[in-house]
Design a protein around this ligand. Structure first.
Ligand code: ADP
Ligand code: DP6
Ligand code: CO
Length: 339
């Protein structure tokens, strides 16, 4: 029943990861995935996730695979819980086959949960026949992974924490107008370790909020960082954008280091890359680092400097892979058939 027939009960979506310049770190509601603070990000033009959702009327269970292998445990549970939410809204009890492929390393602090749940939200909503505008899709993607709310949009996006009165409805992302040509941003991504993190983002931010004496001060100062960031983006001032992003990220890692027990994602190669970023600045190249819940470093610089920055970063971590990303597109549906 329902309106699934509009899409034939099948849909495929593509979404890209996004990297926060003002971080999301800490929830005020674990059920609805409502954040403590606003955050602001750039969606990448590399590392797409492609997700296909196909309804199977006769099936008793959802079937979920990532990169061709069945998903199990917590990762499967998150996808099934997400599908349950979509089914509840669509008034459907049909199970689904979900096939997803990441091109970004999964669980490495390179935002696979953002591209993953943005693509799943878009594909599942279409397969179950939910008619959602971009704002509603952003809210929905948020329920899978907070950062996914921002990957619905391309280029720069802000995710509003919202108010307690508005609850679910008040917390969604929207585009931030930026003169991308004038800012000319690139993120040089140093993958020093592509392996999955030992502690998930979810667990790490919960522990930080619960135990870190530095959490509240960071959350307070993050508000100022956001205001400064919006102003810097308005001016297309790359140096200011980079400085603010770097201080916000280092502050976030300070909150984790002060958690009990400490959460430390930054490794020796991370620090080597940070040193190379400092050296670039001393040499007059505007380059600024940001790190998420993992050891990998994203270096913000001008597109025109990206090759030079990538060369220096590559020299700093001879074993690691280095990618150059620009601002990328929002999530979109593919024509069925796969392209
Ligand atoms: P990351 O830094 O990669 O975002 P997280 O700890 O936030 O790391 O999330 C990793 C988890 O996100 C995975 O263990 C899995 O549960 C989920 N995930 C990643 N990619 C996908 C995907 N394509 N589809 C569904 N879930 C995904
Ligand atoms: C450090 O969105 O992965 O990358 O909402 O629990 O799924 P959940 O966490 P997630 O957290 C991302 C944290 C971050 C900063 C950011 O992307 O804003
Ligand atoms: Co994540």
């Amino acid at each position: 029943m329902g309106v699934e027939h509009r899409t034939g009960g099948s849909a495929t979506a593509v979404a890209h990861p996004n990297i926060a310049l003002i971080k999301y770190w800490g929830k005020r509601d674990e059920q609805l995935l409502l954040p403590r603070t606003d955050s602001l990000s750039m969606t990448l033009d590399i590392f797409p996730t492609t997700t296909r959702v196909r309804l199977v009327p006769e099936a008793e269970h959802d079937e979920v695979s990532l990169g061709g292998a069945p998903l199990e445990g917590e990762a499967r549970r998150r996808v099934v819980a997400f599908l349950d939410l979509v089914r509840e809204r669509a008034g459907s009890d049909r199970r689904a086959v979900v096939e997803t492929e990441n091109t970004v390393p999964t669980g490495a602090g390179l935002a696979s949960s953002a591209s993953g749940f943005a693509a799943l939200a878009m594909a599942a909503a279409a397969a179950y026949g939910l008619d959602q505008d971009a704002t509603a899709l952003s809210r929905l993607a948020r329920r899978g992974s907070g950062s996914a709310s921002r990957s619905i949009f391309g280029d720069f996006a802000i995710w509003h924490a919202g108010t307690d009165e508005d609850g679910d409805l008040g917390s969604y992302a929207e585009p931030v107008p930026v003169d991308v040509g004038e800012l000319d941003p690139a993120l040089v991504i140093a993958v020093v370790n592509a392996g999955p993190k030992a502690v998930s983002s979810r667990e790490a931010m919960r522990r930080t909020v619960d135990t870190s004496p530095l959490y509240e001060p960071w959350a307070v100062s993050s508000k100022d960082d956001l205001a400064d960031m919006r102003e810097a983006l308005r001016r297309a001032d790359l140096e200011a954008v980079g400085e603010i992003a770097e201080r916000n990220a280092l502050g976030m890692h300070a909150t984790m280091l002060a958690a009990r027990p400490a959460v430390r994602y930054l490794s020796a190669p991370t620090l080597t890359v940070l040193d190379s970023v400092l050296q670039l600045r001393r040499d007059g190249v505007p380059a600024y680092a940001t790190m998420d819940a993992g050891p990998n470093v994203k270096v913000l610089c001008r597109r025109a400097d990206a090759e030079r920055v990538a060369g220096v970063v590559r020299g700093a971590v001879p074993g690691g892979a280095v990618h150059i990303a620009g601002p990328g597109p929002g999530a979109r549906l593919l024509d069925e058939g796969g392209r």
